[in-house]
Design a protein around this ligand. Structure first.
Ligand code: HEC
Ligand code: HEC
Ligand code: HEC
Ligand code: HEC
Ligand code: HEC
Ligand code: HEC
Ligand code: HEC
Length: 398
């Protein structure tokens, strides 16, 4: 073997190392790809996406999705407790104040006595925040007392109902238990973990708030793929479009009953949920316009636009939560060829009556403070207003 040269040895070594790396790549790809084995799915948290998607991370961080549930931030929450606030609901007075560095709410408990309760986390941001108070056996209760950061005032989300301790819907009772009633839409991947025998919750969430993986699915496999040599398969990240996209937003933006706890982005809504249908006049008006709080999904599914393939992303930016354009420009992206705004509406475009959304997406105020727009894109009809008491179009109709 006199012609055996050192370079051959080096080449052989390089090939060997490459094969070993390839083998590692194959095994880790198979291990973490959630398309292979759903029980092996791994969530890594939005923070791990930051290094490669900085701008998106920043946009998302300022959005209400990131704030949907969060720990108490002293500075942000201070105006609710300092100076102390008195909250009057019908004949009951509660207080919000600070004591020894802790924010406290003094209000009626389920034993019918007033006590100090210490909130640990917050739901929502603007125009209203509700407070989460941990109790024993893993129960977390959500206050019906809420704070409006713009008006800097407290109010009750149930208005003047003044719910009492014996009622199911009283804040400290099961109707207002975060674990079953709120957690899954305000967080990323919730495991309710209710022990029915002991009546104890061990609820955990992959990430507090609506994180990247609430919409994109578990991210570990995607990150590993980008850190490997990209030799195997395609990027396993979930790409959302069409009806899968709408269903992935709709699962939280819908009034519905859950059949499973197992929705992953890309799944279909109807495989996991029963939506609220317009067969009930308390919920919808006879023309399909939303009456009670139904969020967005069912209304949109009934619209002609849904059936023509329009999706949430034709109007919304997914990371900021803002609309793509302000005013009529949003609608004229597609309607400019047939609709001349002034001729169509008989109003100047800078008047409230000249805005497409004021006639086709009328507003209703929910939770006492939040005006929301109807996503059924219905056609206003004066005859229905008279005969079926469908409210007239326009800002602030209730
Ligand atoms: C090691 C770097 C890296 C990390 C960490 C990372 N990504 Fe990516 N990601 C990329 C690259 C590179 C692309 C392709 C180029 C692009 O779209 O920016 C990409 C693309 C994407 C896409 C678009 C895929 C497509 O083709 O439409 C999504 C969605 C995505 N990443 C989500 C995430 C999420 C969620 C996380 C955190 C769980 C994350 N990424 C973490 C590198 C990374
Ligand atoms: C895991 C549940 C969840 C998913 C999935 C989800 N959202 Fe949301 N979304 C929320 C919650 C909760 C809020 C309200 C948060 C708050 O006010 O603090 C919200 C708020 C919004 C807002 C209001 C933004 C604002 O600034 O007022 C828009 C618009 C929105 N979501 C659109 C979408 C779209 C589009 C998708 C799909 C691409 C989507 N959401 C997916 C839970 C979700
Ligand atoms: C089916 C999903 C879902 C459930 C369950 C849910 N929420 Fe929400 N919540 C949302 C969405 C979506 C929004 C944003 C609504 C919008 O802007 O149209 C929101 C918004 C909010 C806001 C912010 C104010 C606002 O109007 O934007 C608060 C506060 C809130 N929810 C509290 C609660 C409480 C308390 C519970 C439990 C009793 C709860 N939510 C249960 C989906 C849900
Ligand atoms: C409310 C749902 C939602 C959240 C939260 C969300 N995204 Fe997205 N994102 C989308 C949708 C929908 C698209 C467009 C369709 C697609 O590419 O799957 C998208 C697109 C992307 C893309 C590719 C297109 C682009 O704009 O470059 C990347 C990368 C991405 N997201 C990363 C992230 C990261 C990182 C986070 C968290 C910091 C995040 N997303 C949070 C819904 C969301
Ligand atoms: C991505 C394109 C797109 C955008 C953006 C869009 N539309 Fe449409 N819209 C359509 C299509 C397609 C139809 C089906 C009928 C047609 O072609 O005119 C439709 C139909 C409608 C209808 C008729 C509904 C019916 O029951 O007959 C109304 C009303 C409407 N759109 C209002 C709006 C408003 C208001 C906006 C802005 C907030 C808007 N559209 C934005 C594509 C779009
Ligand atoms: C003052 C109220 C009003 C405003 C503002 C308004 N519409 Fe309409 N729109 C109507 C009424 C009423 C009808 C049904 C009568 C008709 O077909 O002309 C209608 C019908 C429609 C239709 C379905 C009929 C068709 O021609 O295809 C579309 C699409 C539509 N509007 C889009 C828009 C868009 C886009 C804007 C904003 C540029 C807008 N509308 C502004 C009242 C309004
Ligand atoms: C044709 C355009 C269009 C489509 C499609 C659309 N939206 Fe909207 N959406 C709007 C407009 C306009 C507003 C009002 C924005 C404002 O007032 O700043 C809005 C507001 C919202 C809000 C804030 C609260 C409210 O109801 O006013 C949420 C949440 C929301 N949309 C979710 C969604 C989701 C989820 C989808 C898909 C299922 C979707 N939207 C589809 C145009 C659209």
């Amino acid at each position: 073997m006199s012609n055996f040269r050192p370079t051959t040895l080096i080449i052989a070594a390089v090939v060997l190392i490459a094969l070993i790396l390839l083998a590692i790549g194959v095994s880790s790809y198979q291990k973490t790809s959630y398309e292979v084995d759903p029980s092996q799915i791994s969530y890594v948290g939005s923070q791990s996406c930051k290094e490669c998607h900085e701008e998106i991370f920043r946009e998302w961080g300022a959005s209400v999705h990131a704030l949907a549930e969060r720990p108490i931030d002293e500075e942000r929450e201070a105006p609710a407790f300092l100076p102390p606030k008195e909250i009057q609901v019908v004949d009951s007075t509660s207080k919000a104040f600070e004591k020894d560095g802790e924010f406290l709410i003094h209000t009626l408990g389920k034993d019918g006595k007033k006590k100090d309760f210490e909130p640990a986390r917050i739901l929502g941001d603007n125009p209203l925040r509700q407070f989460l108070v941990p109790q024993d056996r893993g129960y977390v209760q959500v206050t019906s007392l809420a704070f409006d950061p713009q008006a800097e005032e407290w109010f009750d989300v149930f208005g003047d109902e003044n719910r009492q301790p014996h009622e199911w819907g009283f804040w400290a009772n099961k109707g207002m238990t975060w674990n079953t009633m709120c957690a899954e839409c305000h967080n990323t991947r919730v495991n309710k973990n209710y022990d029915i025998q002991k009546d104890v919750y061990h609820t955990d969430v992959e990430e507090m708030g609506v994180g990247c993986e609430a919409c994109h699915g578990p991210g570990e496999a995607h990150i590993e793929w980008h850190r490997s040599f990209h030799i195997l398969g395609d990027d396993p990240v979930k790409r959302l479009e069409g009806k899968e996209l709408i269903d992935s937003c709709g699962r939280c933006h819908a009034r519905r009953t859950a059949l499973t706890e197992d929705f992953y982005p890309g799944d279909l809504f109807l495989d996991h949920y029963v939506p609220e249908l317009p067969n009930d006049t308390e919920v919808y008006y006879p023309d399909g316009q939303v009456h009670d709080e139904d969020y967005v999904y069912s209304s949109f599914r009934m619209s002609r636009m849904y059936h023509e393939g329009v999706t949430c992303l034709d109007c919304h930016l997914p990371h900021t939560g803002k609309t793509k354009f302000e005013g009529n420009a949003l609608c004229l992206q597609c309607h400019a060829d047939k609709i001349n705004p002034t001729e169509h509406s008989h109003h100047k475009v800078d008047e409230p009556g000249g805005l497409c959304v004021n006639c086709h997406m009328p507003t209703t105020v929910y939770m006492q403070r939040q005006p929301r727009r109807d996503h059924g894109f219905t056609i206003p009809d004066p005859k229905l207003t008279i005969e079926a008491e469908v409210p007239r179009m326009g800002v602030g109709s209730d």
